[in-house]
Ligand binder design. Structure first.
Ligand code: ARG
Length: 498
């Protein structure tokens, strides 16, 4: 079917007006029939297509393009088709043709008026946007769930000291709360990216027709409004060609999955060191080694980032170099986005559950927090605060670290000071100050700069994370309400005809 049926249907069509069927027999009944077909994959947009059909038919009737009676028959047929479900569709190379054919079977040749002033090109673009926006809201909800779990972890573990790493080497002590909030902040940006993608997805291409508009006096604002879109796409050629909303959404999902993969990796490493125990519900065992409890769910979360990145790559490669306006390659674009959104939303929910149920082992963490002389920077800071140039202080502490390693204590530092500065440490600071700097918990408590791990600094971060979470939850609720209101409005309009 290379062209679209016209309103009166007799130009390309058979005598009975069911021109769609006739043309399909000629063009896509051969050996490539299955290759051309997207019917089974289109189950994803079955409900979206019915909504788009309804809004379009209501608008055609309001504009006097189809008679109210005809609209009523088409809308009644759509209801039966919805009840029968996607699996009952038989004829057609995609869901749009199959539903149209099913309408014509029920309403007769007048059913063919449904496809007046539109094309499958604007129709499919509208359906994908309609379905994707609902999926995006679910993905956004999953990010909020994960953020909530991280905020609760931060609240509960504000004073739980933990080793902090760079290059996976012990670096400076911090807290579980500070670690959890580091991911919460990253996930807040993932929420924001998905919301941005949502707003650009939620624009209506419907009424662009094949790409070149239509002579019918349609009302594009009306269909957009009935479908809950925030606006219409201004250029018809852009409207049918554009899939950057899929790229943007998939990129946001791949970014989210990449953030989650880091979180999952941290938990895998922490579980290996006994810092944290993943709940049984998120663990797995070995078929041969009876003692094993493995953090498999987090490893699978980590792997989903690969799937999402592959989807983004597949999508970009499919779209690259496509000429204007519609090309059938576009039929292969949606799948990448659907797989990404399903896979990443699920991974986000699993990560949220694993975090919410994880048990942090305070004792193992306290023992580990000072390992590798991780308080060294704090000691150098204490000397620098007492007036020693930081670079000199760094040298003193480095020399103690070299001699005493993990066991660097006041005496080791004092010996290093005598070597390097030619004086005792006590010429600059008292013993208590150095001993406090050597204590992991005190070391953490001293780092109270904005964004730091000291419990007061973390309390502020928790408060602003809670505010942002509440604001984003409100935005999500507003988006959901707008969609639900539009669906109700459309249903009410449909009922005036049926
Ligand atoms: N199944 C097609 C898709 O998903 C619908 C549009 C077909 N349009 C066309 N001119 N062949 O993209």
């Amino acid at each position: 079917m290379s062209e679209e049926p016209t309103a009166n249907g007799d130009e390309d069509g058979g005598e009975d007006g069911s021109e769609g069927v006739v043309r399909r027999d000629r063009f896509s009944g051969g050996p490539a029939r299955g290759f051309l077909s997207s019917l089974s994959a289109d189950e994803r947009i079955f409900a979206a297509d019915l909504a788009v059909d309804r809004a379009h038919v209501v608008m055609l009737a309001e504009q006097g393009i189809v008679e109210a009676d005809t609209a009523g028959e088409i809308l009644a047929a759509l209801e039966e088709i919805e009840d029968a479900g996607h699996d009952a569709l038989s004829e057609g190379e995609d869901v749009h043709e199959a539903i149209e054919t099913a309408v014509i079977e029920r309403a007769g040749p007048d059913g063919g008026r449904m496809h007046t002033a539109r094309s499958r090109n604007d129709e499919v673009a509208t359906c994908i946007r309609y379905r994707l926006r609902a999926d995006l809201l679910d993905a956004i909800e999953a990010t909020l769930e994960a953020r909530g779990a991280l905020i609760e972890t931060a609240e509960a573990e504000r004073e739980t000291v933990i080793p902090g790493f760079t290059h996976l080497q012990p670096a400076q002590p911090t807290t579980v709360a500070h670690w959890a909030l580091s991911y919460e902040r990253a996930l807040a940006r993932e929420t924001a990216r998905l919301l941005d993608a949502y707003d650009r997805t939620n624009q209506s291409p419907l009424g662009a027709a094949a790409f070149a508009g239509t002579p019918f006096d349609i009302d594009r604002e009306r269909t957009a409004d009935l479908l809950g879109f925030e606006g219409t796409m201004a250029n018809a050629m852009d409207a049918v060609s554009a899939r950057d909303f899929l790229v943007e959404s998939t990129a946001a999902l791949a970014t989210l999955a990449t953030t989650l993969s880091g979180l999952a990796e941290d938990v895998v490493i922490y579980a290996k060191s006994g810092y944290v125990e993943v709940d049984d519900a998120y663990a797995s065992t070995s078929s041969i080694m009876p003692q094993k409890k493995n953090p498999d769910t987090l490893e699978l979360v980590r792997a989903r980032a690969g799937d999402a990145a592959a989807g983004l790559n597949g999508l970009l490669t499919t779209l690259k170099g496509l000429p204007r306006a519609y090309n059938r390659d576009l039929q292969r674009a949606g799948g990448h986005a659907w797989r990404a959104i399903d896979g990443v939303s699920e991974a986000t929910e699993v990560a949220a559950g694993a975090i919410a149920t994880a048990e942090w082992n305070d004792e193992a963490l306290a023992d580990a927090a000072g390992e590798g002389f991780s308080t060294a920077t704090g000691v150098a800071d204490a000397l620098a605060m007492a007036g020693v140039p930081f670079r000199t202080a760094h040298e003193v502490v480095a020399s103690a670290a070299e001699v005493a390693g993990d066991d660097a204590d006041f005496d080791a530092l004092d010996a290093a000071a005598r070597d390097t500065l030619g004086e005792s440490l006590t010429a600059y600071v008292d013993r208590e100050t150095i001993e406090a700097a050597l204590d992991p918990a005190e070391s953490v408590a001293s780092r109270d700069s904005a964004g730091g791990p000291a419990p007061e600094a973390v309390a502020e971060q928790i408060a602003s994370a809670r505010d942002d979470h509440a604001a984003d939850s409100d935005t999500l609720a507003e988006r959901r309400t707008a969609i639900d209101d539009a669906a109700e409005k459309l249903q009410a309009e449909v009922e005036t005809y049926v």
